[in-house]
Design a protein around this ligand. Sequence first.
Ligand SMILES: CCCNc1ncnc2c1ncn2[C@@H]1O[C@H](/C=C/CNC(=O)c2cc(-c3ccc(F)cc3)cc(O)c2O)[C@H](C)[C@H]1O
Ligand SMILES: [Mg+2]
Length: 214
Amino acid sequence: TQSTRPQRLLSAVQKNATRGDPCSVVRAIDDFCRHKEWAMNVGDEKGCILDSVVSEMNPAAVLELGTYCGYSTVRIARLLPPDAKFITLEFNPGFAAIARQVIAWAGLEEKVQLVEGASGDWIPKIKEQFGIKTFDLVFLDHWKDRYLPDTKLMEECGLLRKGSVLLADNVICPGTPDYLEYIRSSPKYESRYFKSHLEYTKVEDGLEKSIFLG
Ligand SMILES: CCCNc1ncnc2c1ncn2[C@@H]1O[C@H](/C=C/CNC(=O)c2cc(-c3ccc(F)cc3)cc(O)c2O)[C@H](C)[C@H]1O
Ligand SMILES: [Mg+2]
């Protein structure tokens, strides 16, 4: 049977990366996507911006919406302090299975809780299920038309506190116009655009970093 692109990405990790070495996993995926098959990982250029936001915050509780193959999951988890809580939501079982193996190859399975399910179902349950009061950092990288509804849901569920940071991928390409309009005009957020490029290309894209003001 034909393999899928995520399966070929995982094979490239298992072939070219060193078990237990997250940086080699990140490098192997970037090489595969740049030279073999493009895939919608946040990539190395926007990944460096993600790294700097994570490092500067040193977050105790992180939520990722849209695990896909686990590339940004590994990028984030490798920078977290030992007792940090990191939840990543993925509703496609096939991608979740690949991501689990990528995360395990990086040796980070203890630092990540991959929850298989839809953000809309899980966001209201996170407090009681995982004993998390609020998130310090949320990385949005799932379906682009879900950024806004899920942000409003996180607000309603009290998952954001003064200073919580939302970091959104793809605000230019493919684009998240309703989310950008909301977050940039709302008095509840202080927003800043980090100009970059669509992963592995010269096309413009960027990350929007928004601080919740409470
Ligand atoms: C209703 C469920 C919502 N709740 C959900 N709950 C849990 N998991 C969810 C939910 N909604 C989706 N997911 C999962 O997240 C992943 C989805 C990721 C989506 N990402 C893009 O579409 C994109 C496109 C391009 C791009 C740019 C240029 C091009 F030419 C082509 C492609 C670039 C990029 O960087 C991109 O991130 C995964 C595939 C999907 O199963
Ligand atoms: Mg993306």
